[in-house]
Design a protein around this ligand. Structure first.
Ligand SMILES: Nc1ncnc2c1ncn2[C@@H]1O[C@H](COP(=O)(O)OP(=O)(O)O)[C@@H](O)[C@H]1O
Ligand SMILES: [Mg+2]
Length: 256
């Protein structure tokens, strides 16, 4: 197995609270690896540590064998790690096209020099068109982001993460707040992006039906620690997971 992303004894304390306790995880290149666990288990904090949004208390993060533990988030993005946030992160008063274009420009490192070079700008426009196509929002390009239906806002967010063409996508509850009937469409879009672009996806997701269907591998977190890890079949059959969480997670997943 070749891990594109690896954490070793990754830990984050908030005062007396150990939010992430010595998590060692290997994410295989090209896989869809889900991280599940009840609210407060430490999933978002784990994402924050890996992406450089939050400094670790101890432990290391490796990306393609390089130690990226100390890198701030803008540098991990440049390395090829794209991450979403649990909260929607789009610019509501810009159009869909402008949102994606800004995300493309941010990758070029000149988000504040909009018209520095005509050729470069044309490059951004081309890339914007590609991304819009990829997430199925071409027909919505000129619409203000805030007027999009919720499901399309989540697609737009996915587009903004895709803009710099990351190798790893870290998605924190991408289906949160979506109507149940919209979930399959977003998930097949994510799978399509993973498979066709040979990208690696690390997914935090509450909906257990979704997780069991799409994941190559699942890590179960419990109070900051790894409770179990394996294929969907192994996790479904794991007694510790079952007694501790699976029932609860399934209920939450189907209720929301
Ligand atoms: N910035 C913070 N300051 C203090 N405590 C935090 C902070 N962020 C998260 N926590 C705590 O860390 C634990 C894990 O939170 P989180 O990573 O958000 O869990 P999850 O995403 O699995 O629901 C929770 O107890 C949460 O209250
Ligand atoms: Mg969270």
């Amino acid at each position: 197995m070749s891990a594109i992303l690896e954490t070793r004894d990754l830990r984050r304390e908030f005062g007396a609270l150990v939010a992430v306790a010595d998590m060692s995880v290997e994410v295989e290149q090209g896989s869809l690896h889900s991280i599940i666990g009840p609210n407060g288990a430490g999933k978002t904090t784990f994402f924050n540590l890996v992406s450089g949004t939050l400094p670790a208390t101890s432990g290391r993060v490796f990306y393609k064998g390089d130690d990226i533990t100390e890198l701030p988030v803008y540098k991990t993005i440049h390395r090829g790690i794209g991450r979403s946030f649990q909260i929607t992160n789009i610019f509501p008063n810009l159009t869909v096209h402008e949102n994606i274009r800004l995300a493309c420009q941010a990758m070029g490192g000149d988000s504040f020099k909009l018209f520095r070079s005509h050729r470069r700008f044309t490059g951004y426009l081309e890339r914007t068109g590609e991304v819009l196509e990829q997430v199925g929002l071409t027909s919505r390009a000129l619409q203000l982001a805030r007027t999009l239906p919720h499901g399309d806002q989540r697609k737009l967010e996915l587009g903004m993460i895709l803009a710099p063409d990351p190798e790893v996508l870290m998605l924190d509850e991408p289906t949160a707040g979506m109507a149940a009937e919209q979930v399959p469409e977003l998930m097949s879009l994510i799978q399509q992006i993973q498979e066709s672009g040979s990208k690696t996806v690390v997914l935090v997701e509450h909906n257990m039906n979704v997780v069991m269907r799409v994941s190559d591998r699942i890590t179960v977190m419990h109070q900051g620690s790894k409770l179990a890890e394996g294929t969907p079949e192994e996790i479904a059959a794991n007694d510790a997971v079952r007694t501790a969480y699976l029932g609860e997670l399934y209920e939450e997943g189907t209720a929301s």
